[in-house]
Design a protein around this ligand. Structure first.
Ligand code: TXA
Ligand code: MG
Length: 352
């Protein structure tokens, strides 16, 4: 494995590797992806091996110009309403953290879409991602560059630590800006449905195309009876740190004092706290002499949802690396990007 920069010559090297069927981890504005040429089935098979990802979980195909969209998806299979939605969303929200599910073309290997008749397509806004895609066949299949079920990577260092030699190259573009994965919107059905909340808030989509459905594993109890999730991103236990995580409602974490049976004698070691915003009334007990204070991180001191989303995986990776026995986190407000933040926190807290 070799670390590359985002210089033109390094991106050319990475594109040549993709053409040769190798795997290249690259930055996008959301999280790092582990890329393979979308038209090369054996390269795609290597992604599943590297991530230890079940073959029923389809990948996102990344494009960097609209012409490439029509080599991935088959618009002839869309009705007029769906065509109109695609046109509006792609003009207004691409490039950006929005993935669209649409009928696929035969040229896209079935392995990339887990045998589904649809493909997930996204036009990322990260300049290095765009350059890499344009230097390649124009379509890169890439899931997040983490082992299946683990926290998504927001830095090249996370990819290196989690995948190591399983990636042939890692392009280091620094910390990602959005920090949370794209919103996955199924445009192949009527009304469209959000299969995974993410970096594009539902409100931004609905302002353009009207009401969409939202399917969340933790809020939609009917999902529990489904043997196969609609989108494997709906698997409940996902995006999980190795350290056990307990989730609190907003405000409850700040008022925690004496926690029965835990941390009392320091036997279990230190714990971490992940606040959405600066706690108003931090428990005084934390600063009591002789007691180790918890490792505390604040997603956004001003309560800004964008900043909080950008810090979420980054701070979880950091807390997870400290050898803590427990992380206590609090929920974000349940609106805008807060929906995606809470979705990831609930999955991280679910050990089942
Ligand atoms: O921001 C992102 O979306 C990042 C960056 C790298 O682009 N990628 C990412 O990929 O998060 P991944 O593979 O971790 O998540 C893709 C999600 C999964 O939940 C998958 O089940 C869903 O998209 N998906 C892909 N194709 C689908 C399809 N045809 N129908 C329904 N869901 C699909
Ligand atoms: Mg993922």
């Amino acid at each position: 494995m070799e670390i590359l920069s985002t210089s033109d010559s390094d991106l050319e090297k990475a594109a040549a590797a993709l053409a040769g069927g190798l795997l290249v981890a690259f930055p996008t504005e959301t999280v790092y992806g582990l890329g393979a040429d979308a038209f090369n089935p054996s390269a795609i098979a290597r992604i599943f091996e590297a991530k230890n990802r079940p073959h029923f979980d389809p990948l996102i195909i990344h494009i960097a110009e609209m012409e490439a969209l029509f080599r991935v998806i088959n618009t002839a299979k869309l009705n007029d309403a769906a065509k109109e939605r695609l046109s509006v969303l792609s003009q207004k929200l691409w490039p950006g953290p929005l993935t669209l599910i649409l009928p696929k073309r035969n040229e896209i290997p079935g392995l990339a879409t887990a045998g589904l008749p649809t493909a997930a397509v996204r036009f990322p806004s990260h300049p290095a991602a765009q350059k890499l895609i344009l230097l390649s066949t124009g379509a890169i299949a890439a899931p997040s560059a983490n082992p299946f079920g683990c926290l998504s990577p927001t830095r090249a260092e996370h990819v290196k630590a989690m995948l190591g030699e399983k990636a042939d190259y890692i392009i280091d573009g620094g910390k990602t800006l959005v920090g949370i994965e794209s919103t996955v919107l199924d445009l192949s059905r009527d009304p469209p449905r959000i299969l995974r909340p993410g970096g594009t808030p539902r409100e931004a989509i609905e302002a353009l195309i009207g009401a969409v459905e939202l399917s969340l594993p933790f809020l939609d109890k009917t999902q529990e009876n489904n043997a196969t999730p609609l989108s494997p991103g709906q698997l409940k236990s996902h995006y999980a740190p190795r350290t056990p995580l307990v989730l609190y409602r907003r405000g409850e974490l700040a008022s925690l004092t004496g926690l029965p049976g835990e941390s009392r004698e320091g036997r279990e070691g230190r714990e971490g706290r992940l606040f959405f915003t600066a706690p108003q009334n931090a428990a005084r007990e934390d600063s009591a002499p002789g007691k180790s204070s918890p490792e505390t991180r604040i997603l956004s001191k001003t309560g800004d949802l964008r900043e909080a989303a950008a810090n979420l995986f980054d701070m979880l990776h950091e807390l997870d690396s400290l050898g803590l026995h427990l992380i206590r986190a609090e929920e974000a407000p349940e609106n805008g990007l807060g929906i995606a933040i809470n979705d990831r926190l609930r999955r991280a807290a679910d050990r089942g």
